[in-house]
Design a protein around this ligand. Structure first.
Ligand code: FES
Ligand code: FES
Length: 163
């Protein structure tokens, strides 16, 4: 039976009607029409569906909507307004870190979590931060290079830690 669940998405209060076991991923894409969050494996292995829930990166394919009452969800659509994410996006383009693009929103969510908390990260830390995100196209080197360039740029500009 469907239940009402109220939470916020990208700063906007929403109430959805869904069975409590409906995946947050499906609510975001099918009810809220936020198509930036992608489905890859659908079983918690690839990170394509990553979003922030109360500031923590989660795989939205593993989160039942019944557990979302009162939480704050942030998706890739909202991240576009964060100037540090624009630095990351530019670096992905420059380095060829996005090819087919299926993994890219999830990679950017994971990379955003890193630049928000530890923009001084070295390559090993970047690889660890992205370890939950799979990419079939790039071989990862370009993605790690992109995040490293973005981290360098943010630290040099003094923009790191603004949030
Ligand atoms: S689609 Fe959620 S982890 Fe792969
Ligand atoms: S760019 Fe295609 S899966 Fe990563």
């Amino acid at each position: 039976m469907d239940h009402a669940t109220s939470f916020s998405v990208n700063g906007r209060a929403v109430t959805v009607q869904a069975h409590p076991l409906t995946r947050l991923l499906d609510v975001l894409r099918e009810q809220l029409r936020l198509f930036g969050t992608k489905e890859g494996c659908g079983e918690g292995e690839c990170g394509a569906c990553s979003v922030f829930v109360d500031g923590v990166v989660v795989n939205s394919c593993l989160v039942p909507i019944g557990q979302c009452e009162g939480v704050a969800v942030e998706t890739i659509e909202a991240l576009a307004d964060d100037p540090r994410v624009r630095v990351l996006q530019d670096a992905f383009v420059r380095c060829g870190g996005a090819q087919c693009g299926i993994c890219t929103p999830g990679m950017l969510v994971a990379a955003t979590a890193l630049v928000r908390t530890r923009p001084q990260a070295d390559a090993d830390e970047i690889r660890t931060a992205l370890a939950g995100n799979l990419c079939r196209c790039t071989g990862y080197v370009r993605i790690v290079d992109a995040v490293a360039q973005a981290c360098d740029e943010l630290v040099r500009s003094g923009d790191a830690g603004a949030r």
